[in-house]
Design a protein around this ligand. Structure first.
Ligand SMILES: Nc1ncnc2c1ncn2[C@@H]1O[C@H](COP(=O)(O)OP(=O)(O)OP(=O)(O)O)[C@@H](O)[C@H]1O
Ligand SMILES: [Mg+2]
Length: 333
């Protein structure tokens, strides 16, 4: 399949005068195919925005380059930028103008105008279900509505490729649903390529043809959902919350005594002090080949260690499991 974004060895180091340099992105290779939804999934500070900013020409790479539809973003930025739309993480709209006025303004910046532009603006307002509020000032809009105006702005010049940087953070469920559906519609109906970033596994899972998992400035795994979950094998993940702290080497005993268990991760919160009487709940994650079969004997071990189980969840392999397996940390925090 044809490649529309081909980034090689992208690197960004932010120099600091009063501390060590920050290596925000450490040599990322990324190739995105025409017509696919590709998600960058990673926790806060993973380097998603920096990566997107480099391949959209907003930030110049310390090293490496990206070719967009045949044009180098560092050497032919104008030609490359014409192919792309960008929906930034931060809202960039004029609060005192209406939705329609904002879009007309951005359209003129792209060199559009006249009837063609007003028709395009009206189509996009309808597409994003903002038609009824089109003449209201932006400062009367909810966060989700503003986000949708931002998306419309990124689509004005009919780009072949659109970047959306965490477009659903902090908005209401309806707007979120509308945005996720919009992303799929753009691919299915307009054949558009979408590069989407998120720290939410569910979104990456629902939307993407392929996912790149990012952590500490690197893409640590890349592929379809099936390819990625295959990497963690057939293992289920059992998540326990227990109170009483994990005593008596319970994690080691689970691993030793329960068949099929491959790994136990134990995450206890810092205790307030030695005298703390009521220790906070600890989290225990157990990887096992047959989660449901392993459950009763694990409960027995925890029981005999004097622990109170507050919650149990059995999860089949998903992107969260891939992240956990690769980093030893959870995506959520
Ligand atoms: N302009 C900058 N100057 C200095 N450091 C920066 C700058 N922009 C980003 N960083 C640092 O680079 C790292 C990656 O940040 P980036 O914004 O790319 O992460 P992210 O994955 O988009 O995170 P989030 O999910 O919070 O948006 C962080 O450590 C961040 O503090
Ligand atoms: Mg970001």
């Amino acid at each position: 399949m044809e490649t529309i974004v081909d980034a090689q060895n992208l690197r960004k180091t932010y120099r600091r005068s009063d501390g060590p340099d920050i290596e925000a992105v450490k040599g990322v290779d990324l190739s995105i195919r025409r017509g696919e939804i590709f998600s960058l999934l990673g926790p806060n500070g993973a380097g998603k925005t920096t990566t997107i900013s480099m391949i959209s020409g907003l930030v110049s790479p310390t090293e490496g380059d990206a070719v967009i539809g045949g044009h180098s973003i560092t050497k032919q930025p104008m030609a490359a930028k014409r192919l792309m739309g960008f929906v930034p993480q931060e809202i960039a709209l004029y609060p005192e103008l209406s939705a329609r006025q904002n879009l007309l303004f951005f359209g003129r910046m792209y060199g559009l105008g006249g009837r063609k532009l007003s028709r395009r603006v009206d189509d996009l307002l309808a597409f994003l279900e903002l038609h009824e509020r089109r003449n209201d000032r932006i400062d009367t809009f909810s966060g989700g509505m503003k986000r949708r105006v931002n998306i419309a702005a990124g689509l004005l010049h009919k780009p072949q490729l659109i970047y959306m940087d965490e477009p659903t953070v902090g908005i209401d469920p309806q707007s979120r649903r509308r945005i996720l559906d919009t992303v799929k519609q753009l691919r299915d109906e307009d054949g558009m390529t979408v590069l989407y970033t998120t720290h939410l596994m569910e979104e990456a899972q629902e939307l993407s043809d392929r996912v790149g998992i990012m952590d500490h400035g690197e893409i640590i795994a890349m592929g379809t959902h099936a390819e990625l979950t295959q990497q963690v094998g057939e293992e289920d993940r059992l998540e326990f919350t227990v109170s009483g702290g994990v005593a008596d080497g319970a994690p080691a005993r689970i691993q030793r005594e329960v068949a099929g268990v491959t790994r136990v991760l134990y995450d206890a919160p810092e205790q307030a002090g030695a005298e703390s009487v009521e220790p906070a709940a600890a989290r225990l994650t157990v990887f096992a080949r047959h989660g449901r079969t392993a459950l009763p004997p694990i409960i027995q071990v925890l029981d005999s260690a004097g622990l109170v189980i507050q919650s149990v969840a059995v999860r089949e392999p998903d992107l969260e499991a891939v992240f956990l397996a690769l980093t030893g940390r959870e995506l959520r925090d």
